[in-house]
Design a protein around this ligand. Structure first.
Ligand code: NDP
Length: 328
């Protein structure tokens, strides 16, 4: 038996509860992992609250991330005792996920724990942090360098945003952080933000083109926020777009793209190829200051996850949440 959050269909929506599950009910997969730590991502919060149709089949154990120790493996790449990390691949959406004492998955979905991170730190990073790294890599791929000019991060006090600010600052970029929570200004400055901007400046419909300001941007918001960010990009600047915290719509014009040569680089973590994942984790090991990581994480026990999911969809969680499950 192991403990897990379980989402089941109900007449009016869904039931979510912390429950005990027999090992025999684990889904098919080549590697069984004892989960040491999981985490709460925005997508998990949407799944647990039922705010968006994330869950594809019921009953579902949510949790798009886990870090743990291999208990049994039919995959020659892994042996019992190996420390592994999982991010995405539809886990927690259509395959039972990481907010549980055990998980069973396809060995090809796992990556070995990246040194020098601990299992706990790997979940401090989680999909949000690994996506932040993918966004920074997208900016680099498109030629955005620290000397190119200021870069912007939206949703900065959230998970992706906090890690993106910390990485970009460590790499030497001048980072402006957009937040709807001015009370988090000191937190964002401690992560390395040079300037704090009020989200309200970005949330209303704007002009197709605004004064050129940003050489690069990481956007977690979508909606008018993304449209306004694109409008204020410098000539040949790049926006890495990964989120929809402000909405799925993209109410913009093509003006920034055809008149300023702006690149809109989409970032997906779920189906990201293995080589890029391994590269992102290597880069996190070199470009994310562990002290900054400690400063942006907090623990929430498995029995507190359902309440925390409600807070997260309201944008009230700061930084990253670690969920200790079995521990080290
Ligand atoms: P969090 O909940 O931790 O952070 C989201 C942040 O967005 C909030 O903290 C808030 O920051 C900001 N925000 C909330 N509402 C709005 C709004 N209406 N307008 C503008 N900003 C808003 O989530 P994550 O950081 O984990 O994820 C951020 C987004 O990225 C989500 O949409 C998520 O689904 C997406 N994502 C996508 C991935 C991919 O593979 N493409 C992978 C991981 C995440 P503040 O208070 O500072 O304003």
């Amino acid at each position: 038996m192991f403990k897990a959050i379980l989402i089941d269909k109900a007449d009016s929506g869904q039931n979510v509860a912390l429950t005990d599950i027999e090992d025999e009910r684990l889904p098919a997969g080549s590697v069984t992992v004892r989960v040491a730590y999981s985490t709460l991502n925005y997508k998990d919060a949407l799944a647990i609250t039922g705010k968006s149709p994330i869950v594809r089949s019921y009953p579902m154990v949510p949790g798009i991330d886990f870090a743990g120790v291999v208990e049994h493996s039919d995959d020659p790449q892994y042996q019992a005792g190996d420390q592994v990390v999982l991010n995405g691949w539809g886990v927690g959406e259509k395959h039972w996920g990481g907010l549980a004492g055990k998980a069973r998955v396809d060995g090809g979905w796992l990556v070995p724990l990246q040194a020098p991170f601990t299992l706990r730190q790997a979940m401090g990073i989680g999909t949000a942090g690994y996506t932040a790294m993918l966004c920074v890599m997208a900016l680099e791929r498109n030629g955005v360098k620290p000397e190119s000019g200021e870069v912007l991060v939206t949703g900065a006090a959230g998970g992706v945003g906090s890690v993106a600010v910390a990485i970009l600052a460590k790499l030497g970029y001048t980072v402006a952080a957009v937040t709807g929570r001015p009370q988090e200004s000191d937190y964002l400055k401690a992560l390395g933000a040079h300037e704090i901007l009020d989200r309200a400046q970005f949330s209303e419909p704007g002009k197709p083109l605004a004064k050129e300001r940003w050489a690069g941007a990481v956007d977690v918001a979508g909606g008018h926020v993304l449209a306004n960010v694109c409008a204020a990009m410098r000539y040949r600047g790049t926006v890495a777009a990964c989120g929809l915290a402000a909405g799925m719509a993209f109410p913009a014009t093509v003006a920034p793209f055809i008149l300023r040569g702006v690149t809109l680089a989409g970032v997906d973590s779920v189906m990201c190829p293995r080589a890029d994942r391994l590269e992102a984790w290597r880069r996190l090991a070199s470009d994310l200051d562990p002290a900054k990581l400690d400063g942006l994480t907090r623990d929430i026990a498995l029995d507190g996850v359902i309440a925390a999911a409600g807070e997260m969809v309201q944008g009230r969680i700061r930084g990253r949440v670690i969920v200790p499950v079995g521990g080290d």
